[in-house]
Design a protein around this ligand. Structure first.
Ligand SMILES: [Zn+2]
Length: 255
């Protein structure tokens, strides 16, 4: 599933859209594409492609367009995938799963390919309701995000209004790396623990971004599926549900 890293890779690849003009909408799916998009977008020029958390924000000389990728959404332009092969989704490119196809003024197309149909395209996304972006997260922002929150640490980190961009795999990887128990009450972290977590976010995520995404951590999909011993301390990894999500963690060194 796309987390901030996958959407950032998409944002970088979608830079090629800047300066191009949208033409006719060639295919649309009302479940995925919000009201007014198909009327407003044709004729608009793309001025910027930004991101907050998992939200892609396409600025035009008309409306701003938000794209959320759900579980399996991918954007293609010029018939090349924004990310060659993602760890999520079927990996294929059967056009039957294209949910939104818009022509571009140079004859190419922008396509939202989404087998699971959980992606969304809509106008004027409320970027301000999202928390600070995880890739530039400061100690002060993380402190604010966790303050007075009685929910489990993992649940708060997954809350996009607290911190924008973390998903299930990244949270498990970061908490494993800094040795924090995902069940901890979020507000119980002391100053040193918050600093350690923020440092891991800022150091680790760029490494995983360069490697290609959320699946490149030590707790890779293979390690997650296998269970087995903790790669750091050898204790058996545990699988729990925290914040409604399957959570892999180590009772040996995560406290
Ligand atoms: Zn361990």
């Amino acid at each position: 599933m796309p987390e901030a890293l996958e959407v950032e890779l998409t944002r970088q690849a979608m830079g090629v859209l800047v300066g191009r003009r949208f033409g006719a909408v060639e295919r649309t799916d009302p479940l995925v594409v919000g009201d007014g998009v198909d009327v407003a977008v044709p004729g608009c020029s793309v001025e910027s492609v930004g991101r907050r958390g998992k939200l892609l924000v396409v600025g035009t000389d008309g409306p701003t367009v938000g794209v959320h990728f759900g579980m399996t959404g991918r954007l293609f332009v010029d018939d090349g995938p924004a990310i060659d092969r993602l760890a999520y989704g079927a990996g294929g490119d059967d056009r039957v799963w294209d949910r939104w196809v818009v022509g571009l003024d140079d004859g190419s197309q922008l396509r939202l390919h989404d087998p699971r149909r959980l992606g969304r395209v809509w106008l004027e996304p409320a970027v301000g309701t999202l928390g600070p972006d995880v890739l530039t997260l400061t100690v002060s922002q993380l402190t604010t995000a966790l303050a007075r929150r009685r929910a489990p640490l993992k649940a708060v980190l997954l809350d996009q209004r607290a911190v924008a961009g973390l998903g299930n795999m990244l949270v498990d990887e970061l908490l494993w790396r800094v040795g924090l128990d995902p069940h901890r009450v979020a507000s119980s972290l002391d100053v040193a623990e918050v600093r350690r977590l923020q440092a891991a976010v800022r150091r680790r995520l760029p490494v995983m971004l360069r490697r290609g995404g959320s699946h490149t951590g030590t707790l890779s999909p293979v390690v997650r599926a296998a269970g087995g011993p903790c790669p750091r301390c050898g204790e058996l990894l545990r699988r729990d549900t925290v914040g409604g999500r399957t959570t892999i963690w180590c009772p040996g060194h995560q406290r």
